[in-house]
Design a protein around this ligand. Sequence first.
Ligand code: NAD
Length: 257
Amino acid sequence: MDINEKVIIVTGGASGIGRAMCRRFAELGAKVIVSDVDGGGAEAVAKETSGRWLRADVAVEADVRALTQFAVSTFGQVDIFCSNAGISVDGGEQASDADWKRIMDINVMAHIYASRAVLPSMLKRGEGYLLNTVSAAGLLSQIGSAPYSVTKHAALAFAEWLSITYGGQGIRVSALCPQGVRTNMLKEAERGAGAFLLEGALEPEDVAKMVEQGIRDERFLILPHPEVAEYFRRKANDYDRWIRGMRRLQAKVAGVE
Ligand code: NAD
């Protein structure tokens, strides 16, 4: 899909990957609606990109619906919905129920709310694009975080299902699956189990350019780190061997090797 003149919503647009996407889309002539739970941050990005903004908590379906209605009343329709906001929570099965529920709402339900909000009108037009920010953790795993691994797998499964189900009706879906990207999220991860992701980390601006190309090519899987495709192949080829390799990485990260 060509990006020029398109109406694009970006959630989590106040910082990191979302902000870089807003800037890139604006440079390419899109009408951008910047959204974030951080309303001040969204407003600042909208100002610099000559876009519009609306505060929305993607964990709340009414907010996502209101965001879509705002885009429609401002620009007439939504061409591309970038469901990008996400959080990370450290820990395993013992992470609190509150943390598990919060990350499920933000990393999974938000994509479902977005598709419920925009798909009816996109299907009527026979055209529309859903870009869901997942993570390489959705294809592989995240050392030190079961909630992140589980929710990103679920997010990828949902994106995949959407593409299978609605692709024949003109709906395009992409799953953006980067490894480390230099954003606030990575800064937080640096303090915990995610420090190893710094090696090979990309700038959000580089990721935004790859998103642009992925949308132009209407590619399902957008992999800013191409080596992830090889890791994914190895996982499919020999799951047990791949798990043994991941255990070694886990031990290294935990400092027991
Ligand atoms: P970031 O922390 O810089 O940006 C995330 C933004 O989402 C923030 O502006 C935050 O306010 C917003 N947000 C959080 N909860 C929200 C909510 N409930 N409603 C609306 N907005 C909310 O981090 P980022 O790295 O730019 O993350 C963007 C996406 O990229 C996430 O989905 C993340 O999982 C994914 N990702 C990041 C990395 C990485 O290394 N940085 C790697 C793979 C995937």
